[in-house]
Design a protein around this ligand. Structure first.
Ligand SMILES: [Zn+2]
Length: 154
């Protein structure tokens, strides 16, 4: 695909690998199918390289129809959604409507970078990331979720 010329004037470079402006969009209904395919591949690959190549195929629209691809403009945040990574015409283009951290996070790329680096907006939902590299606590260590009526939800 050629680079994207955004309506804001930004020329979005698509040659970077990995590209910080590109995201996959995975429908919840597809995740189980993708995980099942990856589990099937675990038993059929002879080498780690063969397994890696096969898993990457799962992350393509050829093997997982419905898996979509999105490019975010680094200047204006406009999000270009493509039905297939080989398409040159987006299926949908979104324009960001609201930023809850306008001076801290103004894009999905910015949010991704922040989360990868362990930074989370102070006070956001009163949640905190674990301080160490193990960012997935055991479920019995999770705080109870309290809904808008101050009732605990399990
Ligand atoms: Zn733009």
């Amino acid at each position: 695909m050629a680079d994207i010329l955004c309506q804001c004037g930004e020329l979005i470079d698509l040659d970077l690998v990995p590209n910080p402006n590109e995201f996959y969009i995975v429908a919840d209904a597809l995740i189980e199918r993708m995980v099942d395919r990856i589990v099937d591949l675990l038993g059929s690959a002879d080498t780690p390289e063969e397994l890696s190549q096969s898993v990457w195929k799962v992350f393509s629209h050829y093997y997982t129809p419905g898996l979509m691809w999105m490019v975010e403009c680094p200047r204006c945040g406009r999000q270009w959604v493509f039905a297939r990574s080989t398409d040159s015409i987006p299926a949908i283009v979104y324009v960001p409507e609201e930023h809850n951290f306008p001076n801290q996070i103004d894009s999905l790329k910015g949010l991704t970078d922040s989360l990868e680096n362990g930074w989370f907006p102070p006070g956001w939902q009163d949640g905190q990331l674990p301080p160490d590299v193990d960012r997935l606590p055991d479920t019995d260590q999770l705080q109870d979720y309290v809904d808008d009526n101050d009732e605990t939800v399990n």
